[in-house]
Design a protein around this ligand. Structure first.
Ligand SMILES: [Mg+2]
Length: 243
């Protein structure tokens, strides 16, 4: 095989566990709401909310699902669904409508604050530091918030926010943009990502090598595609490919 010169990385669920962040965000913003609202009511000599955390979270989910059914054109607009569900829940707890709207908005502010707090896999920084001595590195993400804020930014002299190009993966544009900035031909580059459709297929179609971070071992792998369960297995693949 031809020698690899560059490696491009997806970020979410490749270099960190985004699922864990979503879970902490889901639980964290709701716990914050109940606590902050409880304190606010206490300062006003109002009775504590009858709503408990577990039942409240379940009711919140059920209300989101109901809103998604009732207003199908909004079913993919998750912030809208959450706001309407929280407002309805707080009004059902006898908050005045104006207070329900304000507290729902405050809870969603906390939701977005938690949502961007990602913790890279402990192996990620060491891996990228070692790789950067031998390969040019780039990040290609469909998310646009992580690039500047996330702690691994220093390892990516080239970072492509595909959403800002208005061409999210699986569009080929972000891959071609990264390759042009790196001045590397596709066959000398490898893309590493967790999404079969958004990372692996487009990279493979462009003639890049691709490493799929997945535990799905049923998928038949086309030429130049390799599968690992975790990025810590990447050096072993590179050793096999690149000697
Ligand atoms: Mg991903």
């Amino acid at each position: 095989m031809t020698a690899l010169q560059a490696i491009t990385f997806d970020l979410d669920d490749t270099l960190w566990d985004n699922h864990g962040v979503m879970l902490r965000t889901e639980e964290g913003h709701y716990a914050w709401l109940l606590e902050a609202l409880g304190m606010w009511r206490a300062t006003r000599q109002e009775a504590p909310l009858a709503l408990g955390y577990e039942a409240g979270l379940q009711d919140y989910l059920a209300r989101r699902q109901q809103f998604a059914k009732d207003v199908p054109e909004r079913r993919g607009d998750f912030t809208w669904l959450r706001l309407r569900a929280l407002e309805a829940q707080l009004e059902a707890e006898d908050l005045p409508r104006s207070a329900a709207i304000l507290w729902a908005a405050a809870a969603m502010n906390e939701f977005h604050r938690l949502r961007i707090q990602v913790t890279p896999h402990p192996e990620a920084a060491g891996l990228l530091a070692a790789l950067s001595e031998r390969y040019q590195l780039a990040a290609i993400t469909n998310g646009n918030i992580h690039l500047k804020r996330q702690p691994l930014a220093a390892y990516f002299p080239v970072a492509i926010a595909a959403g800002e190009l208005l061409a999210p993966k699986p569009d080929h544009t972000p891959f071609l943009t990264a390759l042009a900035k790196l001045d590397v031909a596709p066959e000398h580059a490898m893309h590493v990502g967790d999404s079969w459709a958004e990372d692996i297929l487009p990279a493979q179609q462009l003639g890049m090598h691709a490493v799929w971070v997945s535990s799905d071992d049923d998928q038949v792998l086309p030429p130049r595609v390799h599968r690992i369960a975790h990025i810590k297995e990447l050096p072993a693949i590179l050793e096999r490919l690149d000697g």
